[in-house]
Design a protein around this ligand. Structure first.
Ligand SMILES: *Cc1c(COP(=O)(O)O)cnc(C)c1O
Length: 328
């Protein structure tokens, strides 16, 4: 295994901070809370996609691409970070977004525009067709597009989170802290796949709790298999012999609420709690929902007294502004 030899384009400010949530630990009592600040990866307001994009852009440049093409929801953090990565790497960026352009482009959408990406709005059901069309169109004009899947979640992108686990374990060793539970939002699977594989490689023994923010069990049981597949593709890419199955993947369901990107009581409470105890901003779609899920795991007695729980903040706060009317 030799990650250092893989193509990589520097985008993130690493390591991201590892902090103790002292006020929250005191307020809730009985548990120690840590937070890993991947909302502070440093690229155009940060987030977890920056780590994946370092390897995706690395490969794009190696292949001689001149354009990054990706897709996602209107408020996609991934698309905003892709637009920023393209700008920094001197590439063009084309984004396929679900739905219709809103009257007031706010949050990530505003940033996509400022960052110079070209946007294509499409019904979600049509996006695979649009992606193929756009790819063909760009090639016909002599451009060299590099396609990044939803969320940057493939074996190449997940490499960023294998390294992130090595980074985390080094930080924990330096402060002499052990983590019993690691909690994070999971959606397109690349983050979880990298964390899972990285945990094996780095010898991290804490329990992993991926909080699904857009699926409810058993509706999407194939999600575990998808995560395992991304982890195995990543293992192949980085030259590791580790292989995982769906049984290695733990996803906690039940937090989908009214649906993806629809803010409810769970997210509102979670966002306010962390903001008012620690001055840290979560986002309405991913980290806010996952942190609400973490609060629920506490209520359900999943953690034992005296244990340490690490919440991995995956970013997304720029979307807060687009959700103003749901949050106040
Ligand atoms: C994309 C995203 C996630 C989910 O990561 P996946 O790798 O898609 O599972 C979590 N939090 C935020 C803020 C995100 O933008």
């Amino acid at each position: 295994m030799n990650i250092d030899a893989l193509p990589r384009f520097a985008l993130a400010q690493l390591p991201t901070p590892l902090e103790e949530l002292k006020n929250l630990s005191r307020q809730l009592g009985g548990l120690t809370f840590l937070i890993k600040r991947d909302d502070q990866t440093g690229l155009a307001l940060g987030g977890n996609k920056t780590r994946k994009l370092e390897f995706l852009v690395g490969e794009a440049l190696l292949q001689g691409a001149d354009t990054l093409v990706s897709l996602g929801a209107g408020q996609s953090n991934h698309c905003r970070q892709t637009a920023a990565a393209a700008a920094k790497a001197g590439l063009k960026c084309e984004l396929i977004l679900n739905g219709k352009i809103p009257d007031l482009p706010n949050g990530n959408l505003l940033l996509n525009d400022i960052l110079g990406a070209r946007l294509h709005w499409i019904e979600r059901s049509q996006r695979a067709i649009k992606l193929a069309e756009l790819d063909a169109e760009l090639r016909a004009c002599g451009r060299k597009p590099y396609l990044i899947p939803v969320g940057g979640s493939n074996g190449v992108g997940a490499t960023g989170y294998v390294l992130a686990m090595q980074e985390l374990t080094a930080q924990l060793n330096a402060i002499g802290h052990r983590v019993d539970h690691l909690v994070f939002a999971t959606s397109s699977g690349g983050t979880q796949a990298g964390i899972l594989l990285g945990a094996r490689i780095a010898g991290f023994t804490g329990r992993l709790h991926g909080i699904s923010i857009d699926k409810n069990d058993p509706e999407h049981f194939e999600y575990e298999a998808e995560v395992a597949q991304i982890a195995n593709d990543c293992a192949t890419y980085i030259g590791s012999s580790i292989r995982l199955t769906r049984d290695h993947v733990t996803v906690t369901y039940g937090f989908k609420g009214e649906g993806y990107g629809i803010v409810g009581e769970l997210e509102r409470d979670a966002i306010r709690l962390l903001a008012r105890t620690e001055g840290i901003l979560l986002d309405p779609v991913y980290a806010g929902r996952a942190f609400g899920g973490l609060m629920d795991l506490i209520r359900r007695g999943v953690f034992q007294r005296g244990e340490t729980v690490l919440f991995w903040h995956t970013g997304g706060a720029p979307a807060l502004f687009a959700y103003a009317k749901d949050l106040i």
